[in-house]
Design a protein around this ligand. Structure first.
Ligand code: FAD
Length: 499
């Protein structure tokens, strides 16, 4: 039966639930929609998710959140990339920056020009042409500029934040803007004969009905997964890590403006610098290492005293076949999880919210909106998946069974094609509206020793001396810009003191 949509229930008060509620309070409540969020304090939230992508800034701006207040409240630091150590080979390291490498010339991408000169003597490393990488290595941070002619416009930034404090902040924001919060555990779910969800019944017997339901119940996926029986597409044959141990530790000295992802024997360890502590976790594959061994590895690789006992999290990489079924849309872990290697989960939450708001239907007879939402979310998940698989597959490590498995696994056809194109003539395939653009793919290819056999022949159209001179002057511009930047700590202190 078709019903007009006027009341929406969000189930779950983790990052996904409160981000969704915040956006609804901005866009839907002023139109007269009623929005209720139900969460269970007893169940709690997953409690991790501290490294983000630059898109979160635009989400916060859309909500009218003051960035300095956000930095103070969530004890955040700035992030301009991720450093990957021991991924291509033991002992090496590279940074995946939120920024460009060099400048294209006459329509030829910079890395092709660089590849042309690379065969000759004295060519600088690729990193010297990337402001974000050079600033990260120097521990510096200032805000990007908007003048496209300035080198300061060639990078972007995100945050490392305390996920619990962010959720609390958003909750306050939402409650002051008309979102109704109900505390309680959902015990039963009633569906109509049309398979639409009608009512959530809590453990205390109270009944809560709505027209549209947003499932932010985390890995449980109570509404989309359990009730609407939407199958889970398992990607663990490609992304084999299935557990993580997470613990904070004390932190002295200046926080780095980047996340660290250090490959270990059966997975990788993160280090996320916040203002007041360092977040740490070991993401691993339980087929290759026991929980006790993983805990030992994590604790013996902390750089300060642990703040409590490590928390064990279990997951499976993959996504629900659809994010929207009947009158139920899953956002966050309830729709899927791709492991935290490139900090993509909060991004996926944000874009699901924005796509849903853009397609918000007037009534429950909304097949076209549902199909389009599912199509777009499927593309997002699949493309991110392939980028993550590349990190594992593009390894020369053979020191453990885990890494040999990653190196030797069959990868999805699209990824095979992308890698072959790069290996042949250095062509990089990325999608205009996708998340990871050319510089991201280049960072991983170059950082993990995927060699390009040749370069784009169009690079030969430019005289060699001209090319050398242009490159040198670009590298000097990068050096000058980094030298003039304040340290990351100075920028944090200055911004947090601004009221
Ligand atoms: P949850 O936080 O699990 O929230 C679920 C909510 O549903 C809770 O409020 C719970 O109480 C409620 N609920 C569940 N069942 C019921 C019920 N029966 N009745 C009432 N309420 C119920 N993402 C990033 O972007 N960057 C990262 O660096 C990052 N690191 C991660 C590291 C690990 C190891 C893991 C596992 C995830 C990481 N993520 C990261 C993902 C990120 O943590 C999540 O995307 C984010 O926290 C959103 O979670 P959620 O809100 O979907 O689920």
């Amino acid at each position: 039966m078709t019903k007009p949509i006027s009341h929406i229930i969000i189930l779950g008060g983790g990052t996904a639930g409160w981000m969704t509620a915040a956006a609804f309070s901005q866009f839907l409540i002023p139109l007269g929609y009623k929005v209720t969020l139900i969460e269970s304090d007893a169940i709690g939230t997953v409690g991790v998710g501290e490294a983000t992508l630059p898109h979160l800034r635009f989400f916060n701006q859309t909500l009218g959140i003051d960035e300095n207040e956000f930095m103070r409240t969530t004890h955040a630091t700035y992030k301009i990339g991720i450093e990957f150590s021991n991924w291509g080979k033991q002992g090496d390291a590279y940074i995946h920056p939120f920024g460009d490498y060099g400048q294209a010339l006459d329509g030829v991408e910079f890395h092709q020009l660089w590849a042309r000169l690379k065969a000759g003597p004295g060519v600088r490393p690729l990193d010297d042409f990337c402001l974000a990488v050079s600033a990260a290595k120097a521990g510096k941070f200032t805000f990007p500029g908007t003048d496209e002619r300035s080198i300061l416009s060639t990078y972007s930034y995100a945050f490392h934040l305390d996920a619990g404090l962010y959720a609390t902040y958003l909750r306050r924001y939402c409650e002051s803007r008309g979102i109704v919060r109900i505390e309680g555990k959902v015990d039963r779910i009633e569906q109509g004969s049309d398979a639409n969800i009608n009512t959530l019944i809590l453990a205390d017997g109270s009944r809560h009905s709505a027209d549209l339901f947003i499932d932010c119940s985390g890995f449980r996926s109570l509404l989309l997964g359990d009730k609407c029986a939407t199958p889970f597409e398992d990607w663990s044959h490609w992304l084999a890590c299935d557990r993580a141990l997470a613990v904070g530790c004390e932190h002295s000295g200046s926080p780095l403006p980047y996340t660290k992802a250090i490959a270990r024997e059966a997975g990788w360890q993160w280090r996320i610098p916040l203002q007041h502590r360092l977040g740490n976790g070991y993401v691993y594959c339980s087929q290759f290492i026991s929980d006790d061994e993983a805990q030992h590895t994590l604790l013996s690789n902390l750089t300060g005293t642990a703040l409590g006992e490590p928390k064990l999290l279990q997951f499976k990489a993959g996504r629900r076949e659809k994010s929207w079924a009947n009158n139920c849309i899953a956002i966050g872990l309830a729709s899927g999880f791709l492991e935290p290697l490139e900090s993509t989960s909060i991004y996926l939450i944000q874009i699901a919210i924005m796509k849903l708001i853009a397609l918000i239907p007037r009534d429950t007879n909304c097949k076209a909106a549902r199909d389009e939402f599912n199509r777009q979310m499927t593309l997002e998940y699949d493309r991110i998946r392939d980028f993550l698989i590349l990190h594992y597959h593009a390894t020369q490590r053979d020191d453990t069974a885990f890494w040999r498995r990653c190196r030797d696994m069959e990868v999805p056809e699209d990824l095979k094609i992308k890698m072959a194109l790069f290996q042949q003539d250095g062509h990089i395939v990325s999608y205009k509206n996708g998340l990871f653009l050319e510089p991201s793919w280049l960072a991983v290819y170059a950082g993990q020793h995927i060699a390009q056999k040749n370069y784009n022949p169009l690079a030969d159209n430019i005289a060699e001396e001209q090319l050398i001179a242009l490159m040198e002057s670009y590298a000097l511009l990068v050096q000058k810009a980094v030298a003039a930047m304040p340290s990351h700590s100075e920028t944090i202190a200055r911004q947090c003191s601004l009221k």
